[in-house]
Design a binder for this molecule. Sequence first.
Ligand SMILES: C[S@@+](CC[C@H](N)C(=O)[O-])C[C@H]1O[C@@H](n2cnc3c(N)ncnc32)[C@H](O)[C@@H]1O
Length: 432
Amino acid sequence: MTWAQEMQLMIGKYREKMGKAAPFNFVNFANWCEANEPEFNERLEKRAADLLNGGDQLTQQYDMTKMPDDLVSKYQRQLLDQAQQTYQDTPISEATVRAFLATPRHLFVRHYRERASKEWRDVNASNLTEHLATLYADNPLTLFGDDDNNVPSTISQPSFVLRMLDLLQVRPGHAVLELGAGSAWNAALIGRLVGPSGRVVTLEIIPEVAARAAATIAELDITNVHVVSADGGDGYAERAPYDRIIFTAGTYDLPRPLYDQIRSGGLMLVVIKDAGGGDNLFLLEKVDDHFESRYAMPCGFVQLTGKYKVDTLDPGPVDALPQWSALKEKEIGDSASLVLARDDELISYGNAKATERLLRLIHRWVDLGMPTASSFGVRVFRGDRPLTARDDQWIVKRRESQFVWSALPGQFADDVPQTSLGIGTRNTGGHS
Ligand SMILES: C[S@@+](CC[C@H](N)C(=O)[O-])C[C@H]1O[C@@H](n2cnc3c(N)ncnc32)[C@H](O)[C@@H]1O
């Protein structure tokens, strides 16, 4: 057992004995160790003496851990309150809260910029206090890349990270694969949840980001998280099978290698992107040779790059349509019809048929309760598996996977059913 794990165990024991109400600080903890755990206390004191003598690699490289506990914990508590409010129908679990408090977010960000700001900021021990409010705000932060319309790497929105961890149902001893290491914060949180008997592999495609993530994990002495610089679309067969797989970047297709790298009954959280905008998070369970959805909600994620990147997902400008340059100059007579929806107006050309049809469909969608992807169940199969759809189903084929959609019972009535995972609630989505 590493020193960090031993400390974690002892702090757990201390908290158990003192009850949840007792505020945690190191002085109280050290006093308690002295009175109750003499053997551990001896090593704790020796370790503290080493630290003070500058003999500890962790402290030398990671001065930020010297932050006063109460200041960091104040920010952590504020963020937790916010997360609990955002997901008040499905409160963040005790285990995830514990992992969050034990894995301070500020330790994973050295260089960042806020969305819409061009200014890159460096975090170090001497200026950390001025960054804490930003690092503990409930927002994603950019870690790499200058183009806001195409941000390659971020540390995701904290409340959504915690919600995703609960959805994934990570348990001690699990083997977990993450696609998209970014800062490695999420991987470290998962590392806490799986505990010393579990393991986490996290894959990152940008070599500089992967190197920083690996260095952070090493500096924090986290031994059950392994960062690999690779395209996550291939998965990581060397350490398969996994009990859980989590995507932290959205994908258009479900990569084929993942079908064989997850155990039967295993859970996968994946963000599926659709052309024209719109991302949906799905919790999928591996059943026989395919996956079945157990939960879905809308969200907004950066796109997976590498071999699974698709260039045509974002809405294109009308001027880029091949027919448009000819069409826009043309008088459209009564025999033809065209409607453009732009911002909140409809522009009609020719007769009114296209406009009427579009309005009819919009009204129908509103009457049905404005369903989103979370109103439907989806089963995902390898692309070459022969399939036929029933009348109430439809199949969307992509390169390596095919998606069989069907309406969930009860989703189009007023009384939307609710489950412990929050299925049927109209959650707002989080962002990566
Ligand atoms: C939202 S960020 C990840 C946040 C991260 N989990 C954290 O805790 O900070 C998405 C990450 O996925 C990475 N990524 C994108 N495509 C990838 C791919 N094909 N394989 C592995 N990583 C990928 C990006 O470079 C980016 O760092």
